[in-house]
Ligand binder design. Structure first.
Ligand SMILES: C[S@@+](CC[C@H](N)C(=O)[O-])C[C@H]1O[C@@H](n2cnc3c(N)ncnc32)[C@H](O)[C@@H]1O
Length: 232
């Protein structure tokens, strides 16, 4: 496989979740028509699904290569803010014993804006599209479970790996999930997430390692690998 199966709904969400998929022309169109029209119509009807799928596949292949060292024997994974789940799809495809729990939002904001969202109202996902994306790309329903961040009770088990790319502490405060994450992690759990304030985590975790630096992007961030919550 060197691309994902995409329909228009999947394409729309993918381009909202990953700006990199937009050509400079699409960005100009967004500026010209405004974010509302872009979010509702242009992202859905004017973007070519097969081109977006190929680019999204390439992006997710790059992402999995940054974390490969942390995937072996990590059979229970929690993903927070996965988007349509391309990275998790590649993980599930490669590691047969692995299962993934997703916590995500189930709506698309009226006009999607990017940045630090203190009230955490910004969202651009649909849980049925996430479910459909995984199934149509060959992942068996028994290998994943999806939880609505605003409505469901969160899964209560211990995870080997907790991952959140460009979501937790990139767009909204890690502390929203902090107490929950303490209950579902052990000293062996690895956390991988992108943050715009890496130094903040020195007070929270015993072990911290910087996996990646995003200095060229609008929101400068670092991808951290952390282990073991410090005692309060
Ligand atoms: C920039 S996208 C990143 C998606 C994906 N991780 C990726 O790397 O392509 C951020 C995602 O976080 C989701 N999100 C926002 N607030 C959330 C929350 N409190 N819990 C879980 N997901 C959230 C959004 O709906 C969106 O899908």
């Amino acid at each position: 496989m060197d691309s994902f199966k995409f329909d228009r709904e999947i394409t729309q969400l993918a381009v909202l979740q990953r700006n990199e998929l937009l050509s400079s022309t699409s960005k100009k169109i967004r500026k010209f028509f405004g974010r509302y029209l872009f979010t509702k119509f242009i992202s859905r009807y004017l973007i070519n699904p097969s081109r977006a799928s190929e680019q999204y596949y390439n992006l997710m292949s790059e992402e999995i290569s940054t974390i490969t060292n942390f995937l072996d024997k990590r059979t229970n994974i929690l993903s927070i803010g996965s988007g349509i789940g391309g990275l998790e799809c590649l993980i599930l495809e490669k590691y047969n014993d692995t299962k993934v729990n997703f916590i995500e939002k189930n709506y698309v904001s009226r006009k999607v804006k990017y940045g630090w969202d203190a009230s955490n109202f910004e969202a651009y996902n649909s849980l049925s599209v996430l479910n459909n994306f995984l199934l149509t790309n060959g992942i068996n329903q028994e290998r994943f479970e999806i939880f609505d961040c605003d409505k469901d009770s969160y899964p209560n088990k211990k995870y080997d790996l907790i991952i959140s790319l460009y979501s937790l502490d990139y767009h909204y405060d890690f502390n929203i999930y902090k107490e929950y994450l303490k209950t579902v992690s052990t000293d062996n759990t690895v956390f991988i997430f992108d943050t715009i304030r890496p130094d903040y985590f020195n007070q929270l975790f015993e072990d911290i390692f910087v996996l990646k630096n995003d200095e060229q992007t609008v929101h400068k961030s670092k991808r951290l690998v952390c282990k073991i919550f410090k005692n309060d």
